[in-house]
Structures are given as C-alpha cells and as structure tokens.
Design a binder for this molecule. Sequence first.
Ligand code: PEP
Length: 252
Amino acid sequence: MRRPFVAGNWKMHGTRAENADLIEALLLGVPAQPTAEIAVCPPFVYLWEAARQLKASSVSLGAQSVCAESIGAFTGEVSAAMLKDVGCRYVIVGHSERRALYKEDDALVARKFLAAQSQGLTPILCVGESLDERERGQTMQVVSRQLTAVLDLAGIKAMQDAVVAYEPVWAIGTGKNATPAQAQEVHAHIRAEVAARDGKIAAALRILYGGSVKAGNAREIFSMQDVDGGLIGGASLKVDEFLKICAAAQAH
Ligand code: PEP
C-alpha cells in the first residue's frame, strides 16, 4: 500500500513573515495524523525557520534543489549535508525549471539524486516532456531517458527511498493540467520501467503528478491507479487551495 503524498514547491516566493503565516495556517488545517503525507519546500534561506515551525508537526520539510558535490569551493551552492543539518527530509531534483533555465542535464540530475541519498535525504525526482516532445510522440522516450539516467547511476535499490514526480513541462504553471488519463498513461509507463528491474520496488514506488494541480482537479487526477499524490507549485502558496488538494489525496 503506497501512502499518498502531497508536496508544495514554493519556488522563489515568500518572505519570512509570509512563510510563517502560511505554515501557521497549514498546521491549523492539517489533521494531526493525516493519511496522506504532506511536505513543503521553501527556498533555501527560509528552510531553517520553516524547520523550527514544523517541528513536532506531521508536515515534512523539503528543499528545491541540492548541489551534486559534497563540500568545497562551489560558490552559491548548498550541499545535501547542509539540507539534512537544517531538518530537510526531501529534496526535489531535476525540476524542469532547473533543467531548462540552469541547464541541468540527466547526468547532473542523477548525481544530485545520489548526493541527496548519500545524506539520508529522499529525492523527489522530476521527469516530464515538453509540449514539442509530446506533440512529436516522444513522451515515453523522454521520461524513460530521464529515469534511466538515474537508475543506471544509482541502481534499482535506490528507488526504495525515492519519489518520482511526473511533471509535463507544458502543464507547469500554465493552468493546463494533463488529463487524468494522460497522467495515468505516463505513470504506468514509469512504474513499468522500474518494474522491469524490480517488481516489488516498482509496486511500492510513489509517483506524483505535477502540473497545474488545483483543488478543482486534484481528486480526479489522484483517483488514477498509478497516481500517488501531487507535486504542487502555484496552488501550494494558497493555504485553502493546498489544504483541499491534501484532502483530495487523503481520500485517495
Ligand atoms: C511545479 O513547478 O512543480 C508545479 C507543478 O507547478 P504548478 O503546480 O504551478 O503547475
């Protein structure tokens, strides 16, 4: 049985005061022992404060990226050990904005995945095709390539402590979500790719959908067989909306 999971990716938003309000409201609305696991991923500089506020709550903390190197002269970077030190449990790797804007390729994403796990963090590995790739019929090929880069470097056992997020690039921040059937098709493909290496690990792997999830479409998307929750961008900044999405995952 896979425990549903909803993670909020706050991206580069918020102030100390806004974050404190958001977390306070979130903690008021989250059940003491939610069936779905809930996490928030604030920007690096706010992680420590968020960790203190989330302490003793059921909400986990995640970061939005991590350096592939462990220590040293890497100006501006943040290591997995540092994220662990401030209380993170999760870290997003391979988000399409990092891939597109900061030229993170499959090999680098795989190294980040390993760096995260080396410090006991659970990576949330994002994969997904662009609109152009979907229109050319390359969706499965792209997703397989992104996944294989990680599986080849980290090995199948690494997927025992990882989460995959299918995030079609054309659905991120556009208001245009994948249909439940489109999401299910790719999620089933991801699970099959993992199952080809280890069926048991594939059956237990949580695969989230991300891309314009809102309170209004979450329930339908999360009801699909291979969708185990969501990675939520814009809607995670609106507490009412986010709580409704979390509730939709609880009901799954
Ligand atoms: C994301 O960036 O991970 C995301 C899913 O964004 P949004 O929900 O805003 O589409």
